[in-house]
Design a protein. Structure first.
Length: 92
């Protein structure tokens, strides 16, 4: 799935053909980590959802990683997750 918009501080991240991923403050850790940046918040929600689907764990269950760099470099959430899992030695 391609990225239609990376968003920015005031506009949300969005996959092609999907609704924008809006801010959701029901997860205070995520809200704090993304510090009010709507594009990065949507990106991290996408990363977290991918991890939950693949492994049944969330992004904050893994060792620390600079996800903001992946976002800024426009690495798709799918590719960022795949890279993270490979570096952590996950197979599957």
């Amino acid at each position: 799935m391609g990225v239609a918009s990376w968003g920015d501080a005031v506009s949300p991240f969005c996959f092609t053909g999907r609704k924008p991923i809006r801010r959701d403050d029901s997860d205070p850790t995520m809200a704090s980590y993304t510090a009010g940046h709507l594009g990065f918040h949507g990106y991290m929600r996408a990363v977290d959802a991918l991890l939950h689907r693949r492994l049944g764990i969330g992004v904050f269950d893994l060792p620390d990683r600079c996800w903001r760099d992946a976002y800024e470099d426009e690495v798709s959430p799918n590719d960022a997750v795949a890279e993270c899992l490979e570096e952590e030695g996950w197979r599957g």
